[in-house]
Design a protein around this ligand. Structure first.
Ligand SMILES: NC(=O)C1=CN([C@@H]2O[C@H](COP(=O)(O)OP(=O)(O)OC[C@H]3O[C@@H](n4cnc5c(N)ncnc54)[C@H](OP(=O)(O)O)[C@@H]3O)[C@@H](O)[C@H]2O)C=CC1
Ligand SMILES: CC[C@](O)(C(C)=O)C(=O)O
Ligand SMILES: [Mg+2]
Ligand SMILES: [Mg+2]
Length: 493
């Protein structure tokens, strides 16, 4: 075993990295048919495992759960949740030999051990699925030749996978077939049926590859989705309290602020979000976000470079082999930050106040989303994939912070995302040190409009609007959001 991506010739690396095709709804006309009547066994019932299984069963598929013996004996949450939901639950020995499709939804760190345990039990000609390409691409796990290997990767936390399905819709999903393991040519039929069973086809599916998914997913989660939201939360909170803003108010402002400001991002992209500011505030926000982009660009590039070269995965795997020493230390440090420890005050903050008093947060979102997108596409990742891994998922992760701050975000995301988030955060905070020294409450904590005379230069404003609207992410995003809206109209009637 070794890094699969690094074993490929350059031409093939670029080829697999560039697989990205937005699938027409008609590709899903057969719905879940290819998996109807097949025995599907999910290993692991955590964030993705439980929620995907509930959706698939509601879509008419035969789902059961294989858990490790200790989970059953100790009646862990995985056992209780799946049993109480009425699923058949058993050990690997009980269930894996009966499975036509085994879905591995355990944490990435466990994949090598899980695959090693289940593969000898899998029947000839069965299929194995993942929701993330790490084990295949970064660890280079080789799967038995007769087994078909697919990926169905929802671009969202597991809670949203279920929530959207229950609303009659779904979340955008990347699907792939591992080119080394499609012995019967049934991989795409299985992947499409599986995506349809989770509702993903109603929100938009990208035909992708294990390589494209893993290199974009890791980048998005480390930088804008989790890393920068964590850094921004801590820095903005500390700045406000340092400048005398009430800590309880600041705590509430940050906890809910990301969710409120990224709601407009979801509907109208970066320009939709920035349009919520007054014209003077928009100009200021643009200037700050340009500065932030210049400061953070090398860090974003380093994360992408390390993901591409395999440096990131080997560093994280070293931590796995050291009992998650860094991860656990970083998790504890996050829990000790003043933002995490300060309870949100029971005060009213209006929706518009979050924009007007949170200009720095809006600037951070714009800078992070655009930088993540630019860095990914420069590295050969296609725009659609980069959009899902930056702009699309930011509001979904912001929702988790609104629930229980950084603790909840880091609990809901995968362990891999959590590790990458801390890695970025620990490099980004010092990088922004000098910038933050110059920050005053006019851009975080107070209404910017109260601090200026309201004059704007027309030409500057027009140029800024043009720059924001002509960014490639706005074009790709507007196309994907339109497709999502029209699918939603059909799906929800
Ligand atoms: N978190 C997310 O929202 C997303 C995750 N993904 C991907 O989905 C996959 C699953 O991630 P996620 O849902 O976060 O995982 P979780 O951490 O939520 O998975 C927990 C489950 O895995 C089981 N498990 C842990 N270790 C083992 C082991 N050694 N053997 C057997 N079972 C084990 C646990 O069992 P027990 O009950 O015994 O503890 C529990 O049921 C990953 O590949 C991830 O990258 C993709 C998109 C988003
Ligand atoms: C953003 C983190 C994620 O990639 C996800 C929810 O999509 C994860 O690994 O949890
Ligand atoms: Mg991930
Ligand atoms: Mg992801």
């Amino acid at each position: 075993m070794g890094n699969y991506f690094n074993t490929l010739p350059l031409r093939e690396q670029l080829n697999q990295l560039g697989v990205c095709e937005f699938m027409d709804g008609s590709e899903f006309n057969d719905g879940v048919e290819a998996l109807k009547g097949k025995k599907i066994v999910i290993v692991g019932a955590g964030a993705q495992g439980l929620n995907q299984g509930l959706n698939m069963r509601d879509s008419g598929l035969d789902i059961s759960y294989a858990l490790r013996q200790a989970a059953i004996d100790e009646k862990r949450a995985s056992f209780v949740n799946t049993s109480e939901a009425g699923f058949t639950v058993g050990t690997y020995d009980d269930l894996i030999p009966t499975a036509d499709l085994v879905i591995n939804l355990t944490p990435d760190k466990q994949h090598t051990a899980v695959v090693k345990a289940v593969m000898p039990l899998m029947k000839k000609g069965s299929a194995l699925s993942y929701s993330h390409g790490f084990n295949i691409v970064e660890e280079g796990t080789i799967i038995r030749e007769d087994i078909t290997v697919i990926m169905v990767a929802p671009k969202s936390p597991g809670s949203e996978v279920r929530h959207e399905y229950q609303r009659g819709f779904g979340v955008p999903t990347l699907i792939a077939v591992h080119p080394e393991n499609d012995p019967e040519g049934k991989g795409w039929a299985y992947a499409k049926a599986y995506a349809a069973a989770t509702g993903g086809h109603r929100a938009g599916c990208l035909k992708s590859s294990f390589v494209a998914e893993v290199k974009s997913d890791l980048m998005g989660e480390q930088t804008i989705l989790c890393g920068l939201l964590q850094t921004g939360s801590i820095l903005c909170f500390d700045k406000m309290t340092e400048k005398g803003v009430d800590a309880g108010w600041a705590s509430k402002f940050i906890q809910y602020g990301w969710e409120v400001i990224t709601e407009s991002l979801k509907h109208g992209g970066v320009s939709g979000m920035v349009d919520r500011l007054s014209n003077p505030a928009k100009i200021k926000c643009f200037e700050i976000s340009e500065e932030l982009k210049d400061i953070m660009r090398p860090l974003f590039q380093k994360h992408q470079d390390d993901i591409m070269s395999g440096e990131f995965s080997s560093t994280m795997m070293k931590d796995w082999s050291e009992d998650d020493k860094n991860l656990l230390n970083w998790r504890a440090l996050t829990g000790e930050t003043n933002f995490e420890k300060t309870a949100a005050a029971d005060v009213e903050i209006t929706e518009q106040e979050f924009y007007d008093k949170g200009l720095l947060m809006v600037a951070m979102v714009r800078a992070g989303v655009e930088l993540a997108y630019e860095t990914m596409t420069e590295a050969g990742i296609k725009g659609e994939s980069a959009y899902y891994e930056s702009l699309h998922e930011t509001p979904l992760i912001a929702n988790t912070i609104a629930r229980k701050k950084l603790f909840e975000m880091n609990r809901v995301i995968s362990d891999t995302a959590e590790y990458g988030c801390y890695l970025f955060d620990h490099a980004c905070k010092p990088l922004l040190g000098d910038f933050m020294k110059s920050v005053e409450t006019d851009i975080i904590g107070m209404d910017y409009n109260d601090t200026v005379d309201g004059q704007v230069d027309n030409v500057t404003l027009i140029q800024i609007n043009e720059k924001l609207r002509s960014h490639d992410i706005e074009k790709v995003g507007s196309r994907l959001r339109k497709a999502m809206t029209s699918m939603k109209q059909i799906a929800l009637g």
